[in-house]
Design a binder for this molecule. Structure first.
Ligand code: SAH
Length: 387
């Protein structure tokens, strides 16, 4: 096996705790097929092992900084076991959560989500794909699932020279899986749903919203209604809004599953609905704004900022005195500080006095590493209209 030799710049990045080495920092490319390769610095000093992706701009992803360690089935098993063990506090409250959050768990380009007795994985690099059997064996050993589905339809696979596909790796995985979080039940759609079938990253925020919900409530980008379900526990009436009719259909089914009759489902564009509600002088005691990623790229950031500011300022105006707004952004390109600035600008234009009650980040099962900004994307804030 030939070692990959990397530039001084690449080695500095690795030493600072980032696992990625870009194509431009690879001074000698290994001749090997994708898989695990040894990495050395520009003087030939061993730096450890990495996943090798010849077609990708992210050519190497560090796995282990100890050059003596062999990346075998036992290595994958131990890393996966420690990721699973870290989730114990979440497992006590929910049966749907992320078991492996890629780089955040020292398992670059691997995602694994648990939905009750089933697992959904994403293998997002060519190097990782070669170790599929060892990864699958470890997951089966530690979770004993009824089935494992690979949602390998993510666009990033193309950049790795990998096909986009959804394939069953083991057992059977149903089209719909009923799961539970903090006493609320909902149905996940592992084969066709967004991400791996549900938005698991908002679990703690849904619980927070459930605790502060009261009066009339509005969930603006509701998807399958998971915020709306938690709102409905504390609020008198909830309006669950989404532009997608099939998403609302699932929301209705979820409400029925929980015996909740106080949610109305409205198919509408959130921007238009908020403008119209403002004209009607509607008021809400509790509002949730959890839009899709408006900034899919850095270039889209300024347009996205206008969108975020508009929905937030309109939601602020609709708050009853003392009302609470939970707002989030899942755009990686919108940094925490830009998110904060956007909320300040929205508050300034809303004409309301808005207090910051809590800033929120990612839950325990989506670890955000300080040295790897790409592991973080979700930001949230709980705001209160003072008068
Ligand atoms: N809050 C959800 C996730 C929201 S995903 C949860 O935690 O599960 C974003 C949702 O916004 C999708 O369901 C999408 O259909 C919807 N959406 C996108 N653009 C919209 C718009 N302009 N108005 C209303 N809904 C929109």
């Amino acid at each position: 096996m030939s070692a990959a030799r990397i530039s001084q710049k690449g080695a500095r990045r690795v030493a600072a705790g980032h696992p990625w080495i870009f194509r431009s920092d690879v001074e000698r490319r290994p001749s090997d097929e994708p898989g695990v390769v040894a990495v050395e610095d520009h003087r030939g000093k061993p730096l450890g092992s990495a996943l090798w992706s010849p077609a990708s701009e992210i050519s190497l992803r560090m796995l282990d900084h100890d050059a003596r360690v062999i990346i075998d089935a036992a290595w994958w098993d131990a890393r996966i076991e420690s990721a699973i063990r870290r989730r114990a506090p979440v497992a006590a409250r929910a049966n749907a959560y992320r078991l492996v959050h890629g780089e955040g768990d020292g398992l670059p380009s691997l995602v694994c989500d648990r939905y009750d007795r089933w697992l959904v994985v994403q293998l997002l690099s060519a190097g990782l794909e070669r170790h599929r059997d060892a990864i699958l064996a470890a997951l089966v050993r530690h979770c004993a699932p009824n089935g494992v589905l690979a949602r390998n339809d993510a666009a990033v696979r193309t950049r790795e020279g990998l096909p986009r596909e959804t394939t069953l790796l083991m057992g059977d995985v149903p089209r719909e899986i009923e799961v539970e979080e903090d006493g609320v039940r909902f149905v996940a759609a592992p084969w066709e749903g967004q991400k791996t079938g549900a938005f698991l990253d908002q679990r703690e925020n849904r619980a927070l919203v459930g605790r502060v919900a009261r009066g009339r409530a509005l969930d603006c980008f509701s998807y399958h209604g998971s915020f709306a379900l938690h709102l409905a526990r504390g609020a008198e009436r909830v309006t669950s809004l989404d532009i997608s009719a099939p998403a609302l259909e699932r929301g209705r089914a979820n409400a029925a599953l929980n015996g909740l009759a106080n949610i109305e489902f409205v198919e509408a564009d959130a921007f238009e609905y908020l403008r119209a509600a403002e004209r009607r002088r509607d008021r809400f005691e509790t509002i949730v704004v959890d839009p899709p990623a408006f900034a899919k790229s850095r270039a889209a950031l300024s347009g996205a900022l206008r969108g975020y500011k508009e929905v937030n300022l309109r939601a602020m105006r609709l708050l009853a005195p003392g009302g609470m707004l939970f707002t989030a952004s899942c755009s990686f390109h919108l940094s925490r500080s830009l998110f904060h600035e956007m909320l300040e600008a929205a508050a300034a234009d809303s004409g309301r006095r808005i207090a910051l009650r809590e800033l929120r980040g990612q839950p325990l099962d989506h670890p955000e590493l300080l040295t790897v900004p790409e592991t973080g994307y979700l930001k949230g804030a709980l705001l209160e209209a003072i008068d």
